[in-house]
Design a protein around this ligand. Structure first.
Ligand SMILES: Cc1ncc(COP(=O)(O)O)c(C=O)c1O
Length: 344
């Protein structure tokens, strides 16, 4: 297997040195398993500082596991989860949400990754009709799979809608850090203060090795989640190593600096690549993803040297992602390779 430089995903970046150090520092002596350890106690405190005193955090192993466990905990199998047709839930979880929750996903069309209340309203005609699934949860991704962000006002509007219709609001926050950095607001402004009931919080794409969490912001629905997590096979015995990663990310604003850097690198890439004749930037670049279209031949040439995804082959659209580790030099080299591939 060749080792190609990657603009495929922030998942492909190495673990941040401070996170690795935190794991090593936690690797001393015995610690009680399954979360009864000092590292997890610290994680709980750090999450409460970010999300408010009512927040209850449950460290998890994967983002898919966090999404499925959270959704399964708040919805019955005859209920439905409304999400975007671009959602990770819908496309990249191998049917785990449907298998793990028993719920149908109702995926709404969107070009920018965001869904809006006026799209959800028509689905509610099914409420009370015993032959149809009952929409119960709205799941938003922040930042979205298209690299865009929901503004706090947009979130509050969806949350008011959810409350009016007795629905819960779930957020897939695999890249919540990037959204908060882009909006320059605290994490609470786009979660607890925006009426989100439960959140999957991602550490892995932000510099961790494997650290995801379910965070309940509505304490009424958190009850019993420890059992759901166990049944979801996401209760890890050596939890101290997961918690240590969060403790590193949530100390000294590491999460924020990592996300700001990743976002800045995407803006830099979009600026430089967008100036090349033959490259069109196809989405607003708000966080750390750049969507672009260029000729199929150029894509093919570039993919021999760089690892990245073709997003929509029919439109010759690709996705380039940056991470906390991307440098301006990486961008400059990549931009030269794009020019070469286009024979500019
Ligand atoms: C939006 C989103 N949600 C969730 C995930 C979690 O995925 P995983 O189960 O691979 O940790 C990802 C990973 O790419 C993602 O992009």
């Amino acid at each position: 297997m060749r080792s190609l430089k990657s603009f495929a995903s922030d998942n492909n970046a190495p673990v941040h040195d401070a996170v690795m150090r935190a794991i090593t520092e936690a690797n001393q002596g015995d610690a009680i398993g399954y979360g009864d350890d000092i590292y997890t106690l610290e994680t709980e405190k750090l999450f409460r500082e970010q999300f408010g005193e009512e927040a209850r955090v449950f460290p998890m192993l994967t983002g898919t596991g966090a999404n499925v466990a959270a959704l399964g905990h708040i919805a019955r199998p005859y209920q439905a989860v409304v999400c975007a047709d671009k959602a990770h839930l819908e496309n990249d979880e191998c049917g785990a949400p449907e298998k793990g929750t028993g719920c149908k996903l109702l995926a709404l069309p969107t070009t920018d990754g965001k869904i809006r209340p006026d799209q959800i309203l028509p689905l509610l005609k099914s409420v009370g009709f015993q032959h149809h699934v009952q929409p119960k949860v709205i799941s938003l991704t922040q930042s979205t799979e298209m690299g865009t962000v929901y503004q706090p006002g947009e979130l509050r509007e969806i949350s008011a809608f959810a409350k009016e219709y007795g629905m819960y609001l779930h957020m897939d926050g695999a890249r919540l850090a990037n959204a908060a950095a882009a909006l320059d607001v605290p994490l609470a402004a786009i979660t607890s203060h925006a009426g989100i009931d439960v959140l999957s919080f991602g550490g892995t794409k932000n510099g961790a090795m494997a650290a995801e969490a379910v965070v309940f912001l509505n304490p009424e629905i958190a009850e019993g989640f420890e059992y759901t997590r166990k049944q979801s096979m996401q209760l890890t015995s050596k939890m101290r190593y997961i918690s240590a990663q969060f403790n590193a990310l949530l100390s000294n604003d590491l999460w924020l600096n990592n996300a700001r850097h990743a976002n800045a690198m995407a803006a830099c890439l979009a600026g430089k690549a967008g100036n090349i004749k033959g490259v069109q930037i196809t989405q607003k670049v708000e966080t750390n993803a750049v969507f672009a279209s260029l000729s199929a031949t150029a894509i093919e040439k570039l993919q021999r040297q760089y690892y990245f995804y073709t997003w929509d082959a029919a439109k010759n659209e690709v996705r380039w992602m940056t991470s906390y580790k991307t440098t301006e030099n990486d961008i400059d080299e990549f931009v030269s390779a794009i020019r070469e591939a286009l024979n500019e």
